[in-house]
Design a protein around this ligand. Structure first.
Ligand SMILES: *[C@@H]1O[C@H](CO)[C@@H](O)[C@H](O)[C@H]1NC(C)=O
Ligand SMILES: *[C@@H]1O[C@H](CO)[C@@H](O)[C@H](O)[C@H]1NC(C)=O
Ligand SMILES: *[C@@H]1O[C@H](CO)[C@@H](O)[C@H](O)[C@H]1NC(C)=O
Length: 487
């Protein structure tokens, strides 16, 4: 009990005392101290403008891949669910499938990746319309997908596939002109240095100094990731992780300082508060305009990030649900990060590939309403109509995206856009070559659109969601929205 109280007091002390810990800074970091555009303080770090590529990209792919992929049961949290939480279904699974002495580490030999072809993955991701790819360099289990200098015998070259997965995938992804990023779990469930720091109320930084910092710097210098997706931060305050010092180095002196973007998981209480983009909670899709850029990190398998053999068909999002997730996210200032869990053989299963290909087919026709857009004055009308916009040189385009087909009337009414239209406004349906008939109804000048015959739109492959482009005068609405958004 006393230990617990002391522990809480220590945490409070750390949160109040902003500068604690900086004296423990590893040598390798102090060498970078000369360039000081950003200070290791949130009010300085928070001023960094978001690199524009990220806001324009809108869609990324997330990959959870590790030793848990070779077990493929439950989720990527297998190890802790089995050993710490002692979840009965996990214990029963181990009883049924392995000898009593079998350890989690024993699974690594079975993480074989014999069919892994990075070019094939990159082709699937490129076809999906995604603009960036984020791979787990190390999840909470601690196993790294490259030969880490700080993870001897617990990495993909020493045990398992005997391959540098990060190197192979980063090259293939960049060959397809996509950006490459890395996920990195700050904590490791069973790392003894971490457990010892935790025991000491996170007042010692043995694990951070000897493992986290050197390894983060190694992956950044070796692979130059354009996204650093931090996670596993939540047990300790950012002072323990020395997160502000790390971000100052990343933004001032790292090889990716101009282009890199980071998320918000940098210690207890930082999420939804600090970082280039916010992820808040997993599958964050707030439904209302967010001033600060955010990312909805979500999974096609609704229940797991890592691959699992116990997934049922109903556990997977349909393609229509995936497009709905994309549109509702982008309309309120978000990017969508779509997660797939590859198999231990190194393959991406057909159901993931199909969902991604459907998204890509939709984006090839509707990408104009997504890529490079910004939120409009209004974000939605009900749950099935969502808006985005793009400013041109003379006029601006508003995109009204319908997520449900009006089977009964073949007509759809947009209440918000009509009053912004003038005599030179046009209405087009993306992917459809001919004129779209429209009229104004009611005193509020609602725009009523008649869909082309369904046999014609079906023939063109227009499905899942329909994007109408309406051009309006530049003046009115664009300026007010830009004053709301933090850019
Ligand atoms: C697992 O096996 C042990 C030893 O045989 C047994 O005591 C335990 O009840 C089993 N647990 C489950 C959940 O099957
Ligand atoms: C990997 O996939 C690409 C694209 O499908 C193919 O051209 C290449 O031959 C494959 N490489 C190997 C080693 O199978
Ligand atoms: C600009 O927008 C306002 C209303 O938002 C309108 O009254 C005005 O006529 C517009 N000016 C031009 C040049 O379109």
């Amino acid at each position: 009990m006393w230990l617990k109280i002391l522990h809480v007091l220590f945490l409070l002390f750390l949160m109040i005392n902003e500068d604690s810990g900086s004296s423990h800074e590893p040598k390798v970091i102090s060498a970078y101290k000369d360039l000081q555009k950003y200070e290791a303080k949130w009010e300085s770090l928070d001023k960094r403008p978001l690199p524009r590529w990220y806001d324009d990209a809108k869609v990324g792919i997330f990959i959870h891949f590790g030793v848990y992929s070779s077990i493929s049961f439950g989720s990527e949290w297998f190890w802790t669910n089995w050993k710490n939480e002692k979840v009965p279904s996990y214990i029963e699974f181990m009883n049924r499938t392995q000898k009593p002495s079998f350890t989690y580490q024993n699974f690594a030999a079975d993480f074989t990746c014999e069919l892994f072809n990075a070019t094939e993955w990159a082709e699937i991701f490129s076809d999906s319309g995604a603009q960036y790819v984020v791979l787990t360099s190390k999840h909470h289990e601690g196993y790294t997908l490259y030969p880490s200098s700080y993870s001897f015998s617990w990495n993909s070259v020493d045990v398992g596939p005997n391959r540098d997965i990060i190197k192979e995938l980063s090259q293939a992804v960049r060959d397809k002109k996509l950006k490459f990023g890395l996920y990195y779990s700050l904590f490791e469930w069973f790392n003894r240095m971490y457990q010892s720091d935790k025991q000491d109320g996170f007042l010692k930084h043995k694990y951070v100094d000897n493992k986290v910092w050197p390894e983060l710097i190694e992956i950044i210098e070796r692979f130059e990731p354009e996204v650093i997706w931090s996670d596993g931060d939540w047990e300790a305050p950012d002072e323990y992780w020395k997160a502000k010092e790390f971000l100052a180095w990343l933004y001032n002196s790292s090889p990716v300082r101009e282009t890199v973007v980071t998320n918000d998981r940098w210690g207890l209480g930082t999420n939804c508060k600090h970082g280039d983009f916010f992820t808040c909670s997993d599958r964050f899709n707030p439904g209302v305009l967010q001033k600060h850029k955010f990312e909805n990190a979500m999974t096609i398998d609704k229940k797991s990030w890592g691959h699992r053999n116990d997934a049922k068909l109903d556990d997977f999002l349909t393609s229509a649900e995936l497009i709905r997730e994309l549109v509702t996210t982008v309309a309120v200032n978000g990017n969508l990060l779509v997660n797939v869990g590859p198999t231990k053989y190194g393959t991406i299963e057909a159901i993931f590939a199909e969902r991604l290909r459907d998204m890509g087919r939709w984006l090839r026709m509707n990408g104009k309403a997504i890529y490079g857009t910004r939120p409009w004055e209004y974000q939605n009308e009900g749950k099935d109509i969502w808006y985005t916009m793009k400013v041109g040189s003379n006029r601006m385009s508003v995109f009204a995206i319908a997520l449900e087909y009006p089977f009964d009337t073949n007509k759809i009414v947009f209440n918000k856009i009509g009053s912004y239209m003038d005599s030179s406004s046009h209405v087009t349906l993306l992917g459809y070559p001919d004129k779209i008939s429209h009229k104004f109804i009611g005193s509020d000048k609602s725009l009523e659109i008649t869909f082309p015959e369904k046999r014609l739109t079906d023939k063109l492959g227009l499905s899942l969601a329909w994007s109408f482009e309406i051009d309006i005068s530049l003046n009115s609405s664009s300026s007010s929205i830009f004053s709301i958004l933090e850019m």
